[in-house]
Structures are given as C-alpha cells and as structure tokens.
Design a protein around this ligand. Structure first.
Ligand code: ADP
Length: 301
C-alpha cells in the first residue's frame, strides 16, 4: 500500500515509529507536512499538492494533526477523503475530539462516566459552578489547553473564584470540574485501535503535582486495567467516531471517569512502557480496513 503520514515533524518518536511499522510491513510511506500542502477544491477532480508535486495514488493516510493546527490539518484530511483516500481517523472525528466541551457533551449523552463538569460564559455564574462541582478543591481548565497547560487546581473557594474571574477576564473559555482527589495524581491512558484497548499505561504525576502528563514530568508504567475501564475506553473512542484514540481515564470512587479522548495519541510513552508495537497494530488495522472511499462519518456529531 502507499500510506501518507500527515505530520509536521518526521523526527517525532510517533512519526518515526509509524514510518518504521509501515516499512516493516512492506508499504511505501511518505511523511507529509500538511501545512505545506495546498488543495484544489473542484468537484470533478479534487487534488492536493505538496509544493509542485501532486499527492496522488495514496491508499491511506494517518492524520497526526497538531492541536494548534486543527483547522487547516482537518481541511487537508478532508481533501484526501474527497479524493477517496482512506483516513485512519476521519476529519469530522478529529475536529469533534478537539472541542473538549463538545466531546464531554457527546460522552455524557451516551452515559459515559465523567467528572462533574460545568461551563458558563458569564462569571456571575461562578458561585453556582463551584457549588455544582461540590466546592473546593476543584479543577479549572482552559478549553484550548493541551499537555496540562491551563489546568489549574484551586484548593479553596476563594482561589477558584479568582481563577475563574481571571480567565474569563482574558476572554478564555473554561471548564470547572470536580477534583478527583482519590486518583492520587495518576491517570490511565488506554490506547484504542479498532474495537480493542491494545495497550494501557498508568501515568503518575511527579511529587507535588496533580497533573500526570508526561510533558509535566509524569512517569509511565504498565497497568492492568479492569473490564469496566476497557469497555469505557472502547465506547468513548467509538462515540467520538475514532478508530485510533488515546482515552484518558481517572480512577474515581464512582468508577472510571473519562477526561479526554485524544485523536493523535503519542506512542512513545505506551510503546516504551509496555514494549508493544502499537504502531504495527495501527498499520495492521489500516491493512484490514482501508478501502477506496470507505471513510464515512461515524459517531454522533
Ligand atoms: P490536557 O488535555 O491539557 O492534558 P487534562 O484535562 O487531560 O488536560 O488534564 C491534565 C492532567 O491533570 C490529567 O492527566 C490529570 O492527571 C489531571 N487532572 C485533570 N482533571 C482532573 C480532575 N478533574 N481531577 C483530578 N485530576 C485531574
């Protein structure tokens, strides 16, 4: 097969791992910097170019669109879809998963366990938000944040009110969320491929930190997940319409709660901690599922 990996940086661990997996399985693979692509949006012959070269003859693409380039990255994925090229994760699902609020609403609608989460435009509602979340301590999150940036733990009601006011004063959209203290600064990252969790790791925040992101100094280790966690992760990926996803789960007193569903999960942490060839499993999924024009909207948008 001819497979394109839409990634801005060929030196990233995840990109390299996918390139290796494609080559090992006998495929032709090219890393495509999607920001350097331009497109011809005609209905009779939609096409896409990288510099002067037309990108034609691809059987499948693997979108690895960065959070700060969702808009253009998804347009490029959509263009490939218009050309009948199979996308591992379809454009609609990628953009859906990038909107934290919309994602949580979709998951809630299908009965997935979530931390109590509130959202308001008007800061006059802040007292109410705080009381719905059960009071301090609670977590305040920038809707646009990634890798733990813009996730704040407010230990007292006063601190919560000030943080909400400050963020809203900057016109930022925020979520106010119940703090799952019993998670003990750990979360579970489940790597879903198709209908299965193929690898899971526990990420533990460093001493004195509640955010377990590896970018924030968290450490990864192998974890055995429960059947309930397994089915929650698979269902969450399914609801978002993602074939491949990293589903982040907190272990709460009331069972697993989903924090986020990531459409371009990093592979370094999971592959290194578990020793599994996750990239190989992703490419094998493409081999089984890629067919011309097969990408169709799934999930509920
Ligand atoms: P990002 O998308 O920026 O990674 P997250 O919402 O995943 O932001 O939060 C970052 C980290 O903070 C999580 O991995 C988790 O360890 C911790 N965290 C986030 N929300 C909560 C919460 N409600 N209760 C406890 N810990 C949380």
């Amino acid at each position: 097969m001819r497979i394109g990996i839409l990634s801005r940086n060929r030196n990233l661990y995840s990109t390299q791992s996918l390139v290796r997996a494609c080559k090992e399985r006998g495929h032709e693979v090219k890393v495509i910097d999607y920001l350097r692509c331009h497109m011809n949006i005609t209905s009779h012959r939609p096409s896409i170019y990288l510099g002067d070269d037309e990108l034609a003859g691809y059987d499948a693409i693997i979108p690895r669109v960065g959070a700060s380039h969702t808009f253009y990255g998804c347009a490029v994925v959509r263009q490939f879809e218009m050309m009948g090229v199979y996308s591992l994760n379809e454009s609609v699902a990628v953009s859906r998963s990038r909107d934290k609020l919309r994602s949580l609403q979709l998951l809630a609608r299908k009965g997935i366990g979530l931390p109590v989460t509130t959202f308001a435009h008007d800061t006059r509602a802040s007292k109410n938000l705080i009381s719905i979340c059960g009071g301090a301590p609670l977590v305040i999150k920038l809707l646009e944040g990634t890798q733990g940036v813009g996730v704040v733990l407010a230990e007292t009601t006063k601190a919560a009110e000030s943080v909400i006011e400050a963020f809203r004063g900057l016109n930022a959209n925020i979520l106010v969320q119940e703090f799952i203290a019993e998670a003990g600064g750990a979360d579970i990252r489940c790597l879903v491929v198709g209908e299965k969790v193929v690898a899971a790791i526990k990420r533990q925040a460093k001493e004195g930190e509640f955010r377990s992101n590896l970018h924030r100094g968290g450490s990864a280790s192998v974890v055995k997940i429960t059947p309930e966690e397994r089915s929650t992760a698979v269902r969450a990926a399914n609801i978002m319409g993602l074939n491949v996803a990293g589903v982040d789960i907190l272990r709460s007193n009331h069972g697993p709660v989903v924090m986020e569903v990531n459409s371009s999960p990093g592979l370094e942490g999971v592959e290194t901690a578990t020793g599994k060839d996750v990239a190989g499993m992703i490419v094998s999924f493409i081999e089984k599922n890629a067919a011309k024009g097969k990408t169709r909207t799934r999930g509920k948008g």
